[in-house]
Design a protein around this ligand. Structure first.
Ligand code: NI
Ligand code: MN
Length: 228
């Protein structure tokens, strides 16, 4: 499984010959100027919640690629009204897709659309494949619910927000990594706006001191994930 960081909370995931895009917010992110949206491949677009910084480029990418949206019922219905195909889910539910098995997990956050309309409850995803399992937390606070995840799934990589203010900061994210029993963390949701700028060295040191490895990828860079 190859994960490419597209900036903010946006990811491109390649596995089993399929391409997934997570929470695309690229065209209005000045830090992501080097990402060419028209070249992105997508079979599916995973959306954690309805906030602008997670859905801004969904329509463009879906229309460029014909990708199917996977999210909570309300978000899938919203994009369905725009002619975009989707697969609705809700918390705790799993579905076997042609790339792997997805579970929509709980997140402590909010999820209104930019116009204020209801965007369902915010979530995250567990992605289980033959190769490896990852947890994409979405925008969330540290929550005890994360402790339920390793009861069912061995997580090889946890993608966690580390920017603080709107989500947990890196110290809480380090505890979240303990809760999901995973020592390998990809940080996201940092630096995009003034509210979420972080000191990368301090964040990485904090994880290291706690026996964990935090990766903060430069935008456009990729990492390969294998089962340990
Ligand atoms: Ni949000
Ligand atoms: Mn956000």
């Amino acid at each position: 499984m190859k994960i490419t960081y597209l900036g903010h909370a946006s990811l491109a995931i390649e596995l089993a010959g399929k391409h997934l895009i997570v929470d695309p917010f690229i065209s209005a992110n000045p830090l992501a100027f080097a990402i060419d949206m028209s070249s992105l491949k997508a079979d599916y677009i995973l959306i954690t919640h309805a906030h602008q910084d997670h859905i801004l480029d969904v329509e463009t990418i879906a229309k460029n690629t014909g990708a199917k949206v996977v999210s909570n019922y309300e978000i899938v219905t919203h994009f369905g009204a725009k002619g975009i195909d989707g697969h609705p889910m809700n918390h705790g539910g799993s579905w076997q897709f042609d790339f792997g098995r997805l579970t929509y997990t709980n997140a402590i956050h909010s999820s209104s659309f930019p116009d204020g309309s209801y965007g369902g409850q915010p979530g995250g995803f567990i992605l289980e494949t033959d190769e490896t399992n990852i947890y994409i937390a979405g925008d969330t606070a540290l929550t005890y619910d994360m402790k339920l995840i390793p009861l069912q799934t061995k997580i090889d990589l946890a993608v966690l927000p580390v920017g603080d203010n709107f989500t947990m900061g890196y110290e809480s994210a380090c505890i979240a990594a303990d809760f999901v029993q995973c020592n390998r963390i990809l940080g996201y949701h940092f630096d995009t706006f003034g509210y979420i700028e972080i000191n990368h060295k301090d964040a990485m040191r904090h994880f290291k001191e706690n026996g964990k490895e935090l990766t903060l990828l430069p935008i456009g860079d990729s990492m390969e994930i294998f089962k340990k």
